[in-house]
Design a protein around this ligand. Sequence first.
Ligand SMILES: Nc1ncnc2c1ncn2[C@@H]1O[C@H](COP(=O)(O)OP(=O)(O)OP(=O)(O)O)[C@@H](O)[C@H]1O
Ligand SMILES: O=P(O)(O)OC[C@H]1O[C@H](OP(=O)(O)OP(=O)(O)O)[C@H](O)[C@@H]1O
Length: 220
Amino acid sequence: MTPPLIIAVPKGRILAEAVPLLQRAGIEPEAAFSDEDSRALRFATSNPGIDLIRVRAFDVATFVAHGAAQLGIVGSDVLAEFDYSELYAPVDLGIGHCRLSVAEPAALAATDDPRGWSHVRIATKYPHITRAHFEARGVQAECVKLNGAMELAPLLGLAPRIVDLVSSGRTLKENGLVEVEVIAEVTSRLIVNRAAFKTRTEVVPLVEAFRRAVDQTRAA
Ligand SMILES: Nc1ncnc2c1ncn2[C@@H]1O[C@H](COP(=O)(O)OP(=O)(O)OP(=O)(O)O)[C@@H](O)[C@H]1O
Ligand SMILES: O=P(O)(O)OC[C@H]1O[C@H](OP(=O)(O)OP(=O)(O)O)[C@H](O)[C@@H]1O
């Protein structure tokens, strides 16, 4: 018997927005999937041919790229950071809207001129995107890799600037930082393992179901 398809979904903020999309695509997760207190990692759905796994956002891309999961939901920030050739990202799901930006203390921004930078030291979870962004205009970026709470870095002298996700801007504001450049707009994408796309006949109709679910959400 063919094993179920596995869809990797990030725990955290994307999960709440992903559940209505999954439902619109005809996939009803078991109740524990939306329960942040559940310690389970793999979940059944109303479709016996589809299981869900709940993993960290950056790990969604890794599971799908290696074929351990056949599909996944992941931010375009994560996709750009890894740039896995094994991944195909056929649908913009229109959830998880935010932007990846350069930020610095308000006092520094008052006198700073980004056009004059030749070398910058940046605290970020996204060293690959950051280096590429600055290299494109001849600026060398020295990155200090952090996994969260980037906003603390300028306050504590780890790095004067950060590259992080911004949505409402509240986190920057509460830590005395201002946005000085937007690197990229971010939304979540449906990703598919390229080999699974070719070999598992259930994948194509499932991708189409997600596409319709996004259209329905937009029209609602
Ligand atoms: N403020 C935000 N507004 C909207 N979407 C966001 C925001 N922050 C992050 N995202 C999106 O959600 C994804 C997961 O972010 P989240 O903050 O939940 O991860 P995390 O808590 O840093 O993950 P982990 O704990 O697994 O390291 C990001 O990759 C991005 O695409
Ligand atoms: O502009 P805002 O609306 O304030 O959102 C931005 C914050 O959201 C994300 O963090 P998250 O809350 O997911 O926490 P974490 O990455 O530190 O886990 C991001 O890393 C920022 O810190």
